[in-house]
Design a protein around this ligand. Structure first.
Ligand code: GDP
Length: 424
């Protein structure tokens, strides 16, 4: 049975939620291995439309165990809101498990993040302001609190108070901001209730997963954001504070590398990017606006309009080197249906010279994309359920991406619904 990591091959928002929702129907275990409530996966299935931020997409499969892994940071307010939302729509969450080693994200972190962003003025990182980077910073500074500690309120409460006080000092001394002050008591009271409610979900997830692979179960590792947002390899500092790459899955879920049998990249048929940072193929023009409207390209978490660009082959080749894709899914092919011509960036030039590597952020701002123009197909594709039902130009486009990623397309998505997908 596969142990499959699903990873965004671009700047995030590739449609991973939909692909994971689809694959999760067959999975025994679905694991979120990094990130927090900053990214939203949009899922449309027989239960309706959902934006999931923390809970793995396998929650809709009544058989699957869903794990929020060790590499994540968890905002309890967000988690409880999400659990309530799922319960109100009759989705059973009893099979959720939370790693006792995952880290807690406290409300002070989003305030700290907001102050940090404001202090950057024009040089904002484009953060989602969900407190993700302070949560990972606290973890690295060894100030964080692990989720398992919530199970012993007597020991947890003083640690929480200490952490909130430390954050207040930072807010006041570093940013001249407002401390949480009176809100602190409310947070402690809320967390007391959460501790009781969430404790049954929290435990050792490593033994669950090691049993899963020794018993040959189907495991899905659900990555968040995309390769270009990886802390180490992405467009630093416009990156997330964790590693979406499959290597991040090994540490964040607790899976030995050789156990991963497949790395499935998710590739949107064009490029989108939320927030700041270099985005070489950006189309801040009529074409970009058209694709944004047709593709409903607005952030699932923030509602921010996404920046739109053409497909970027250098970024895809870079992602292929880092992730070692064994297969990939193409999403949103249908969004290109109405374009008479489609451009693809086939290379970058820097200072007039072609380059064959992904430059650092400062140089990525300066690269000139080299485009090739392809004929569009100008036919609706959303009813297609096989590769041969696609217009020839769309089939050729998929083949082109296979070349960039040196991997076969195994899934093709032509609409937001689960059914609008087929195996190639
Ligand atoms: P994720 O974070 O990678 O899961 O991406 P998002 O959920 O933020 O964004 C993907 C958006 O595209 C969601 O609204 C999906 O419902 C939608 N979507 C996914 N696949 C397709 C597709 O093939 N066609 C269309 N039209 N929409 C899609």
């Amino acid at each position: 049975m596969p142990i499959r990591a699903v990873v965004g091959a671009q700047w995030g928002d590739e449609g991973k939620g939909k692909i994971v929702d689809l694959l999760a129907q067959y999975a025994d275990y679905v694991v979120r291995y990094q990130g927090g409530a900053n990214a939203g996966h949009t899922v449309v299935n027989e239960h309706g439309k959902f934006a999931l931020h923390l809970v793995p997409c396998g929650i809709f499969n009544p058989r699957a165990v869903n794990i929020i892994g060790t590499g994540t940071v968890i905002d309890l307010d967000e988690l409880v809101t999400e659990l309530d939302m799922l319960a109100s729509r009759n989705i059973n969450t009893d099979r959720l498990r939370i790693s006792d080693r995952a880290h807690l994200s406290v409300p002070s972190y989003s305030r700290l993040e907001r102050m940090a962003e404001e202090s950057r003025g024009e040089r904002k990182h484009g953060s989602t302001l969900r407190g993700i980077s302070p949560a990972y910073a606290a973890k690295a500074l060894r100030l964080g609190i692990q989720m398992g500690e919530l199970k012993d309120w007597g020991r947890f409460e003083p640690k929480l108070r200490e952490l909130l006080t430390a954050c207040d000092e930072l807010l006041v001394k570093l940013y001249d901001g407002e401390p949480l002050a009176a809100d602190k008591e409310l947070i402690v009271e809320r967390y007391r209730a959460y501790a009781e409610r969430l404790s049954p979900y929290i435990g050792d997830t490593l033994s669950l997963l090691s049993d899963a692979y020794t018993q040959d179960k189907d495991v899905l590792l659900e990555g968040q954001l995309g390769t270009m947002r990886d802390l180490d390899w992405g467009i630093y500092p416009y990156v997330t504070s964790s590693n979406p790459l499959p290597g991040g899955a090994c540490a964040g879920a607790g899976i030995p590398p050789q156990r991963i049998t497949s790395v499935l990249g998710v590739v949107k048929a064009f490029s989108t990017c939320v927030g700041a940072g270099p985005f070489p193929t950006e189309q801040d023009n009529e074409t970009g606006r058209y694709l944004r409207e047709v593709g409903h390209e607005y952030g699932a978490t923030t509602g921010r309009p996404r920046r739109i660009g053409w497909l970027d082959a250098p970024a895809l080749r870079f992602a292929a080197k880092l992730n070692g894709f064994t297969e990939f899914a193409v999403t949103k092919l249908d969004t290109l249906d109405g374009l008479p011509t489609i451009k693809v960036c086939v290379g970058y030039k820097l200072d007039g010279q072609s380059i064959d590597y992904m430059p650092l952020t400062a140089d990525l701002y300066r690269v000139e994309p080299v485009y090739e123009e392809l004929p569009g197909w100008m036919q609706p594709t959303s009813a297609a359920r096989s590769i041969t039902a696609l217009p020839q130009a769309a089939q050729d486009y998929v083949r082109l991406i296979e070349g960039y990623l040196s991997a076969p397309a195994t899934l093709i998505s032509v609409g937001p619904e689960r059914e609008a997908t087929f195996l190639k």
